[in-house]
Ligand binder design. Structure first.
Ligand code: AMP
Ligand code: ZN
Length: 488
């Protein structure tokens, strides 16, 4: 089985060859924690969670690093006075690190809700200031960067003069870039408008600041990812991911920094996840066209007619390939809910099927498994994989109607393969089973409270608990082993 990955750098699907056989180093740009993540952000992180789960399922030992951007990530217009953290601290009247903590907690909660696995390392920009200062110094020493008025900039023309190629990822040519640049960031300080900040001098209003050889300031956004990916994955590593919108300038700058610092290209496979749109418009905080994950899950929003369980949202997202644009709509969510319910029903049926080998089956389990793995290894094609899972669903319903047969060995194989794809690889959750677990926990609490009431001879209360549960169709039975319950 050969894994193929679409590499944004070469614009081709390539056979994946890890640096160290059987191991994968993967870095994904994390959130800027100055506000709540919207559903669009979730899609990108979910895409890489699926890729991480798939790699693990395929047998790779993955070191997955996803950072937290908690130091000055400038706005897209590059204006240093528009620092997102500074703005938010003023707005919320909080310390910068309070903002960071508040939205980091929110980020983790949201990703947990959608059943994303945590990365192996989650480094923060503020925890790696020393490394960023060291890299900046190295780039000055080797002539790739220059200091100007307390800030340090990467010299893009010098980089190109040395035969390196700024623009190789985004396929932009440098003359074109120069013609289209608005020089808002560091006006007059840069040699060329396309030069980007490695270190920025802090204005008096800037609260997040650190000492450096160039005075008090803060690191540039692009540099943190180079510092942390190099530290935890090495000068060259296997996979770097992020949203499509980060290709330029962020990832272009990471390549330039890596090549200038270490003389090698930092990443072998660049992977970019496509955007989530709503009403055919990109989801974004700045345009107001966005929905928060909790608003979709609670139903408190103006876009969707009902609430949806997070696992339905996850299922909906995975029905599009990570490189395709996904437009979220009420109809798409309703269709996902219907599909998900049928998938869970099939899994339930599978547990009650009796094997029977007598007749030849029209469903070849081996061929089906091959088709599933072909989809997974074809650049992590989740929609095609899901389509194949539904071939198995159809077969399971035919088994139920006794129109098909399956041997005991194949039944076990089908169960374990389908469960692995649904729960481990796609990361879906069985809502019904989870609800049953919660119900059981709640009833155990009530049984315990009733026992305590009886012990303290409060029979009025203990009888009330029993009778009220009975009225809800839950019968408590006292036996020698303790109290159990029956759902009627
Ligand atoms: P930020 O916190 O702004 O750095 O964004 C975090 C991640 O979300 C980045 O990888 C972005 O590319 C990604 N992102 C932002 N908007 C969207 C969107 N509408 N759809 C998918 N991903 C997005
Ligand atoms: Zn990054």
């Amino acid at each position: 089985m050969q894994l193929k990955i679409y590499n944004s750098l070469t614009a081709e699907k390539e056979i994946f060859k890890p640096i160290l056989e059987g191991n994968v180093g993967m870095y994904v740009c994390g959130p800027t924690v100055y506000s709540n993540v919207h559903l669009g952000n979730v899609r990108t992180f979910l895409s890489f969670d699926f890729i991480y789960r798939s790699l693990t399922h395929l047998g790779y030992k993955v070191r997955y690093v996803r950072n937290i951007t908690d130091a000055g990530h400038l706005t897209d217009d590059g204006d240093v006075n528009n620092d997102r953290f500074v703005k938010q601290t003023r707005l919320e009247k909080l310390e910068p690190m309070e903002i960071v903590q508040k939205y980091t907690v929110d980020f983790h909660k949201v990703l947990d809700m959608f059943n994303l696995l945590p990365p192996n390392i989650e480094p923060t920009a503020t925890g790696h200031i020393v490394e960023q200062i060291e890299l900046t110094q190295k780039l000055i020493d080797t002539g790739f960067a220059y200091e100007s008025n307390g800030s340090v900039y990467f010299d893009v023309l010098e980089y190109n003069a040395r035969g390196l190629n700024y623009g190789e990822l985004s396929k932009r040519n440098i003359e074109e870039l120069f013609a289209n640049t608005r020089d808002l960031d560091g006006q007059g300080e840069k040699k060329n408008p396309q030069d980007f900040a490695l270190w920025k001098k802090a204005s008096p209003a800037h609260i997040m600041r650190w000492n450096s050889p160039w005075g008090e300031g803060f690191p540039g956004w692009h540099l943190e990812c180079t510092a942390m990916s190099t530290k935890y994955l090495g000068e060259t590593f296997d996979i770097h991911g992020g949203g499509m919108d980060l290709k330029f300038p962020h990832h272009e700058c990471e390549i330039a920094q890596g090549k200038a610092c270490n003389g090698t290209s930092p990443v072998n496979y660049w992977m970019h996840a496509n955007m989530l749109t709503m009403n055919s418009q990109r989801m974004s905080k700045s345009t107001g066209n966005y929905i928060l994950p909790m608003q979709l899950v609670s139903g408190e929003n103006d876009f969707f007619e009902k609430s949806f369980h997070p696992t339905i949202v996850r299922f909906c997202f995975l029905q599009a390939h990570y490189r395709s644009v996904l437009d979220i709509s009420n109809d798409a969510m309703l269709a996902s809910e219907k599909g998900f319910t049928r998938l869970m029903e099939a899994l339930k049926i599978l547990n009650s099927i009796a094997p029977n080998d007598e007749k030849q089956s029209g469903f070849s389990l081996e061929d089906w498994k091959t088709r599933c793995y072909d989809a997974l290894t074809d650049d992590f094609n989740s929609p095609v994989l899901i389509a194949h899972l539904f071939e198995a669903v159809k077969f399971i319903f035919a088994l139920k109607d006794e129109k098909e047969t399956i041997s005991a060995k194949n039944l076990e194989d089908l169960k374990s393969t389908l469960n692995a794809f649904v729960f481990d690889v796609l990361g879906l959750q069985n809502i019904e089973e989870n609800n049953n677990e919660k119900l059981d926990q709640t009833l155990q609490v009530l049984i315990e409270l009733r026992n305590q009431a009886r012990k303290s001879k409060n029979f009025d209360l203990s009888d009330q608990i029993r009778d009220k549960l009975l009225a809800e169709g839950i019968e408590l039975k006292d036996g020698r082993e303790g109290t159990t319950y029956v759902l009627n």
